[in-house]
Design a protein around this ligand. Structure first.
Ligand code: PMP
Length: 423
């Protein structure tokens, strides 16, 4: 008898048989409030009827329109439609299947376009599990350990992680930019540096938003040195943060945008986007893949864009995010860490990307308590995820269709769970 490999580490014990909106149903028929959205993927909710209908219709017409062999209409239509939401001047797209693959595609493009070998990534960043993406990933050693050496030529600079350093945001940002300048002066010269790659909100690394001074500081340095700015919007894109792109909160115009997750409501699809003149520097044929730009995934992505637009999901993410943060801060105030007491140290994020960081009595990141609260929520039917370099942050990323009543219910279960663990 065969079984799944024990390498799989699962956040919950739920066997999901059906999903609808913000709920997952297990084999006993029990409803679970899904504030994970499949790690930020099912933004339109599970099985949104318009996404299901678009995918079903496409399945009957053409499933695998292999794009290095033939072109298909969903890919062309999606490309046109994404032009309406991409940042100004970014008008050329290329598709693969996952966030990791898109990060690799962005890395290839940046190196080919600049002729430079090195990449600067930021501490705590997560960019994926494939070799190049893992080389730029430092949100936890489990993504890097045991199969090195990783891709050479990745230099790491600090992210302005104010809570981690125990500083205010301005100090953390000044430090991060000074260290970046130092890196460019001592480790990887600008003439050797193809790109900076950064998340507008550090995701797996603990839900830490960047800020305007930091992203604009990166933009300014990129312009000064001819370095490309890659924004990894895999988790922050498609309305997740209450604006269409995470970087819409901060400015810091990207040269290359990496997107996946919320793009196709659960169908495997990812993309890189850049100005045509930059994409033209990629070596023809050097990007691709058997399954890239799958016709059904593209049809689902077009329907996803329709739903985001028609149901005003970006606005909903901002409004419901406000409600969520108000509630999370109330719970945090009740259980504040400090003066030798373990509890909640910080509440952070943007829109419907909300993290609560647990801090031990010693003032250090408290992954053990976060794990207990995560489990307590799961027992109550509230599905959550953890993140942070020590697993010390419990995060909520509900589908963007979440209603006022569902946020209120999530907050009620959250308060109960935190009360149960912290007393
Ligand atoms: N970049 C970011 C910011 C992510 O959050 C993730 C996935 N959590 C990835 C890249 C990798 O995406 P995938 O798992 O689809 O390869």
């Amino acid at each position: 008898m065969s079984a799944l490999s024990p390498v799989l580490k699962q956040a919950t014990q739920v066997l999901a048989v059906r999903g609808e909106g913000v709920h997952l149903y297990d084999e006993s028929g029990r409803a679970h409030l899904d504030f994970t959205a499949g790690i930020g993927v099912t933004s339109t909710g599970h099985c949104h009827p318009r996404v299901v209908a678009a995918a079903q219709e496409q399945v009957g017409k053409l499933v695998h329109g292999q794009y290095t062999t033939v072109m298909h209409q969903p890919l062309l239509t999606l490309t046109e439609r994404l032009g309406e939401v991409l940042p100004a001047g970014i008008d050329s797209l290329f598709y693969v299947n996952s966030g990791s693959e898109a990060v690799e595609a962005a890395m290839r493009l940046a190196k080919q376009a600049t002729g430079r070998p090195n990449i600067v990534a930021f501490q705590g960043g997560f960019h994926g599990r494939t070799m190049a993406a893992a080389s730029m990933t430092t949100s936890a050693t489990k993504f890097r350990s045991g199969y090195g050496p990783l891709m050479p030529g990745v230099a790491l600079a600090p992210f302005p992680n104010a809570f981690h350093y125990g500083w205010d945001e301005e100090t953390a940002t000044r430090f991060a930019l000074r260290e970046l300048d130092q890196l460019l002066a001592t480790v990887t010269a600008p003439a050797d540096t193809a790109a900076f790659i950064v998340e507008p909100v550090l995701g797996e690394g603990g839900y830490v938003p960047a800020n305007t001074a930091f992203l604009q500081g990166l933009r300014e340095r990129a312009d000064r040195h001819g370095i490309l700015l890659i924004l990894d919007e895999v988790q922050t894109g498609f309305g997740r943060t209450g604006k269409f792109w995470g970087h819409d909160h901060f400015g810091g115009r990207p040269d290359i945008v990496v997107t996946a997750k919320g793009l196709a409501s659960g169908f495997p699809l990812s993309a890189i986007a850049a100005p045509e003149a930059l994409m033209a520097k990629a070596w023809p044929g050097s990007q691709g893949g058997t399954y890239g730009g799958n016709a059904v995934a593209c049809a689902a992505a077009i329907a996803t864009l329709d739903v985001i637009q028609d149901e005003k999901l970006v606005e909903n993410a901002a409004t419901r995010g406000g409600q969520l943060f108000t509630g999370l801060r109330e719970v945090a105030a009740k259980h504040a860490a400090g003066a030798g007491r373990a509890g909640i140290g910080d509440v952070r994020g943007l829109g419907l990307m909300a993290g609560t960081e647990f801090t031990g009595a010693d003032g250090e990141p408290d992954g053990a308590t976060a794990a207990k609260v995560h489990a307590a929520a799961g027992e109550r039917g509230l599905l959550l995820l953890t993140c942070g370099t020590q697993g010390q942050v419990v995060r909520m990323i509900p589908p963007l269709v979440v209603s006022e009543a569902e946020v209120a219910e999530g907050l009620r279960l959250w308060e109960e769970s935190v009360d149960a663990v912290l007393g």
